[in-house]
Design a protein around this ligand. Structure first.
Ligand SMILES: Nc1ncnc2c1ncn2[C@@H]1O[C@H](COP(=O)(O)OP(=O)(O)OP(=O)(O)O)[C@@H](O)[C@H]1O
Length: 379
């Protein structure tokens, strides 16, 4: 179990971690997600006693690292693939650590087998590929058979096989009842591996909730429709039933925390299979082909066919219509839109226009507008 309470770490004037509170429970993979510089590594380093917090605490099994009786039996960590000396063999590295920590030598053979390095255990680590060094880092973390595991960006630089292997291993460790805490800036990877997410930006908590809740609450499936007759269409849709809700895409920056639109994401939109929608927020509206500009509506609670039928019945021209699926990537961009330390201005603008403002900088974690707060889940 990991408990982080009101943790702050200051470097000079800046705060790498700023009042962070969350827990990571046994038996599940807790994804620690955030853009570069969000404070993930610093939090892990505080947990491991490598960095002293400015205030607050970070506990493993209820204790600060220095107070753990046998630390390597309680917590194992993969912080970097380069933790072992390049001149040593994997076996020598692990044996030295086992001897130092009072761990039986047979455990070295077990972990070498577990990570698939048994055949190359006497080769110098300097000749290992990144994937092999990452496996050695995992063997190191598992050596004391700890109940808590911290993996900092474990799939960075791994090929597909390595990513799959790491994913299976991570899930397997949680299935054994361990607390598995994995950092990543790759939302797609987290979607595959995490049960629960702690999302941070600029050192502050943005969300702390089960993965499915983050996706559902922040990135609801909806239909995006663009029409030069949006007013008429909106009127019609609003009468379609109590479960139907319509938001204006333009104007207020997306109508709240609801939905980023696929076309708003960097690298997406124009040119993706001809489904680009004119008038994506932040870029101004494209003029309608006939008549006035096409305005965008997000329609929650109806399918694409129904929206199309309503448009037809209302006599509203449709210039674009597509289903926006819920995805973690989309949710992540919404959540961290204002919390990106470095990033292109255009991307940041697009994200903010997707409704992230007001949820970034930690405000959303506790604010009443946030459906993915710490309140319900981090007790
Ligand atoms: N030793 C240090 N001295 C000064 N600033 C630091 C130090 N370590 C981290 N920082 C700063 O603290 C902030 C958080 O860094 P941290 O490495 O914890 O973020 P991260 O979420 O792990 O990012 P990344 O995904 O890029 O590794 C960054 O702005 C970083 O520059």
């Amino acid at each position: 179990m990991i408990t982080v309470r009101d943790l702050t770490k200051r470097y000079g004037r800046g705060k790498a971690v700023d009042g962070l509170t969350f827990t990571a429970e046994p038996g599940r993979v807790t994804g620690f997600l955030g853009p570069n510089g969000a404070g993930k590594s610093t939090t892990m380093r505080v947990l491991l006693g490598l960095v002293r917090p400015t205030s607050g605490e970070a506990l493993v099994n209820g204790r600060v690292y220095e107070r753990l009786a046998r630390p390597s039996r309680e917590v194992g960590a993969l912080l970097s693939p380069d933790a072992a000396h390049p001149g040593r063999s994997a076996r020598a590295h692990l044996t030295a650590k086992a001897v130092g920590a009072g761990i039986p030598r047979r455990r070295v053979d077990e972990v070498l087998g577990e990570v698939g390095l048994a055949e190359v255990d006497r080769r110098r680590v300097g000749g290992y590929s990144l994937g092999m060094r990452q496996r050695l880092g995992v063997a190191d973390a598992l050596l004391g058979d700890p109940g808590v595991l911290l993996f900092d960006e474990p799939v960075n630089g791994l090929d597909l096989d390595g990513v799959r292997w790491m994913r299976d291993l991570t899930r397997g460790l949680a299935a054994e009842g361990r607390t598995v805490f994995v950092s990543s800036h790759l939302m797609s990877e987290m979607e595959m591996v995490a049960d629960h997410l702690v999302v941070v930006g600029r050192g502050r908590l943005i969300a702390d909730a089960p993965l499915d809740d983050v996706i559902a609450a922040w990135s609801r499936k909806h239909v995006l429709v663009h029409s030069p007759d949006a007013g008429r269409l909106r009127e019609r849709l609003e009468k379609a039933g109590p479960g139907v809700r319509v938001e204006d895409v333009s104007g207020d920056g997306g109508g709240g925390a609801g939905g980023a639109v696929g076309a708003e994401r960097p690298g997406e939109g124009e040119g993706t299979g001809g489904e680009a929608v004119p008038g994506a927020p932040g870029r101004g509206r494209a003029a309608g082909e006939r008549g006035g500009p096409a305005a965008g509506l997000r329609v929650f609670g109806l399918g694409a066919e129904e929206v199309g039928d309503h448009a037809h019945a209302a006599g509203a021209r449709v210039h674009g219509l597509r289903v926006v699926e819920a995805s973690l990537e989309q949710a992540y961009l919404e959540l961290t839109g204002d919390a990106v330390e470095y990033g292109s201005r255009a991307a940041g603008t697009a994200r903010r226009s997707a409704g992230a403002s007001g949820t970034g900088n930690g405000a959303g974690a506790a604010g009443p507008a946030s459906p993915v707060g710490t309140g319900g889940t981090a007790a």
